[in-house]
Design a binder for this molecule. Structure first.
Ligand SMILES: *[C@@H]1O[C@H](CO)[C@@H](O)[C@H](O)[C@H]1NC(C)=O
Length: 265
C-alpha cells in the first residue's frame, strides 16, 4: 500500500522532473565561425570542428559557421543579426573567428579584413565600389555578443584554432592577436559571456600527439582539418570548457574533465 510520505516523495520527484526543462535549461547551442568550424570544413576531405561538438553535449547544436567568413563579413552579411533574431532565453552562442580577419585594408579590401586595433577605432575603406566603415575585430564581436545577451542568450567567445603547429618540423605555437582580442571581447560583453582559449588547448593536445599524427590532420594546407583532426579540435574545446567548470555550458557537457585528453591550463 502507498503511504502518504511515499505519495509526497513521488509528487516531489514528478514536479522536479516536469519543471526543470522550462526554467534554467538552455534550448539550442548555435555556432558562428569560419571554415575551421563549419560543416564540411570548406574543402575537399576536410571537416570543421563544430561538426563533432554535438557528441559531447546534451543540447542540440546548430552549426551556422560558414567558410571564408570573418567577424566583419559575418556581421555585414547579417548573419549575426539572424542569430540575434533567432535566439531564445538561455540559448548559447559559440563565436570563433580570426582566420579571415587579418590582412591589410590599404592595398585592396577583400570584405573580410577588420580595422586594426582592439577598441572602437574605425577605418574608411572602399569595398565593391562603395565607401564603407570598417570596425575592429573586438568591436564586431562585442556588438553581436551584447545584442545576443540582450535577447537572453549566453555567449562563448573562442580564440581561433592554430594552423598546423608542426609544419616547420618542430612544434611552434604562439597565440595571435585574435586570442587577446577574443578574451577582451568576452570581458566587455560581461557576465553572460565567457572566453575559451581554444587555440591554446588545441595546440597543447597537438603537441602531445606529435608531428606524424598532427600532419595527417591537415591534408590540404596548414589551416583546414581532416575529420579526425576536427574531432581532436572539438575535444580540445570540450576540455577547455570542462577546465573552466563548464561556464555557460555547465550541466550540458556529457564528459568528465578527467575523461577528456589534455591538461587544464
Ligand atoms: C563525451 O562522451 C560522449 C559519449 O560517450 C562521446 O561520444 C564523446 O566523444 C566524448 N567527448 C569527448 C570530448 O571526449
Amino acid at each position: 500500500m502507498l503511504s502518504v510520505s511515499h505519495l509526497f516523495s513521488l509528487l516531489g520527484l514528478a514536479s522536479i522532473a516536469i519543471s526543470a526543462p522550462h526554467e534554467k535549461r538552455a534550448q539550442t547551442i548555435y555556432l558562428a565561425g569560419d571554415s575551421t568550424m563549419a560543416e564540411s570544413g570548406g574543402g575537399s576531405g576536410t571537416q570543421g570542428w563544430g561538426h563533432y561538438l554535438q557528441y559531447s553535449l546534451s543540447l542540440p547544436v546548430s552549426n551556422k559557421a560558414i567558410a571564408g567568413r570573418s567577424a566583419r563579413s559575418y556581421t555585414v552579411e547579417n548573419r549575426f543579426q539572424t542569430l540575434i533574431d533567432t535566439v531564445k532565453t538561455n540559448d548559447i552562442v559559440i563565436i570563433e573567428f580570426g582566420h579571415n580577419d587579418g590582412g591589410s585594408l590599404s592595398s585592396s579590401d577583400n570584405g573580410r579584413t577588420d580595422c586594426p586595433g582592439a577598441g572602437s577605432e574605425t577605418c574608411t575603406s572602399t569595398y565593391n565600389g562603395q565607401t564603407v566603415t570598417v570596425l575592429t575585430y573586438p568591436a564586431y564581436l562585442v556588438n553581436a555578443g551584447k545584442a545576443l545577451v540582450a535577447k537572453g542568450a549566453k555567449v562563448i567567445i573562442s580564440s581561433p584554432t592554430p594552423n598546423n603547429p608542426w609544419e616547420s618540423g618542430t612544434f611552434s605555437y604562439s597565440a595571435s592577436r585574435f586570442t587577446t582580442y577574443s578574451k577582451s571581447a568576452a570581458q566587455q560583453i560581461g557576465s553572460s559571456a565567457m572566453f575559451v582559449d581554444h587555440g591554446q588547448y588545441t595546440a597543447n593536445i597537438f603537441k602531445t600527439m606529435g608531428k606524424a599524427t598532427v600532419d595527417t590532420f591537415f591534408p590540404n594546407d596548414h589551416t583546414h582539418t581532416s575529420p579526425a583532426g576536427a574531432d581532436a579540435v572539438s575535444r580540445a574545446f570540450v576540455k577547455a570548457v570542462l577546465c573552466a567548470s563548464g561556464g555557460v555550458l555547465d550541466g550540458f557537457v556529457k564528459n568528465s574533465t578527467a575523461s577528456v585528453e589534455g591538461s587544464c591550463v
